[in-house]
Design a protein around this ligand. Sequence first.
Ligand SMILES: Nc1nc2c(c(=O)[nH]1)N[C@@H](CN(C=O)c1ccc(C(=O)N[C@@H](CCC(=O)O)C(=O)O)cc1)CN2
Length: 289
Amino acid sequence: MTDTSQAVLMNGADLARSHVDRTADRAAEFERRTGRRPCLATVLVGDDPASATYVRMKQNRCRRAGIDSRHTPLPATTSTGELIDVIRGLSADPEVHGILLQHPVPQHVDERAAFEAIDPAKDVDGVTMHSFAAMAFGLDGFDSCTPGGILRLLDAYDVDPAGRTAVVIGRSPILGRPVSALLLARDATVTTCHSRTPDLPSAVRTADIVVAAVGRPEFVRGDWIKPGAVVIDAGYNPGNVGDVAFDEAVERAGMITPVPGGVGPMTISVLLEQTVDAAFRQAGPDGTS
Ligand SMILES: Nc1nc2c(c(=O)[nH]1)N[C@@H](CN(C=O)c1ccc(C(=O)N[C@@H](CCC(=O)O)C(=O)O)cc1)CN2
């Protein structure tokens, strides 16, 4: 924990490194027991450079953790039906333990339909309705990776959401909605804000925990932050800029995540953790299936 003269910096990069080390130990244990490595299938549709970078980062970290990755690049012209066929093929393939469809897909593709083609047992990215329901009810399942990373960061810094007010800015299917669900399942009083929320700054000023997931650089200003609040910046805008005006917010927050080095690395470490979980579950107690 780094204590600045202002807020405590929540160091996701260091936490993710030790998290990945533990996952690597579990991946090695899986290989000892089954003679196979856990395997993550990645699917990227189109040629968005940022998405290609994130997929490469995931593949690199898989390699470091002893997880195989199998990549399927698809052209931007891929139809929803063609994408669903690819995902169904991976869902049925016993060599594949986890499936990641990189978001966003091109506009003409029905992303929800494509996500739902992922076998819930292989939904290590936590994007299906099945996984969302598990998150909402606090049941065992796969977390959406960035929300799961945020909860692991809060736990590592002893921030218990129970009894606290949390304001989540954003309601996207893979970030705002699931992080709201996870915080509610952990007994926070959650307000999910979005583009139609009146007087957003006043809503944010009520929050003990703020999660910024809007996708707009430095959108959340320092004077919106209640003194001592925990500020989680889940933004990943071009140029490694977050959704929070860090230099302002750090003056008022009690704890804050930086960008880069906060939530982002945790996203990938949760993906790896859940790939190994999926491999163990699919292998069963005797490691044979
Ligand atoms: N299917 C999914 N698609 C997307 C997800 C997701 O969780 N599942 N999340 C985002 C982007 N994302 C992963 O895909 C992601 C973004 C940023 C980082 C990260 O670690 N960033 C670093 C900085 C980048 C760098 O070092 O070059 C940081 O914050 O320190 C990881 C993952 C959209 N799509």
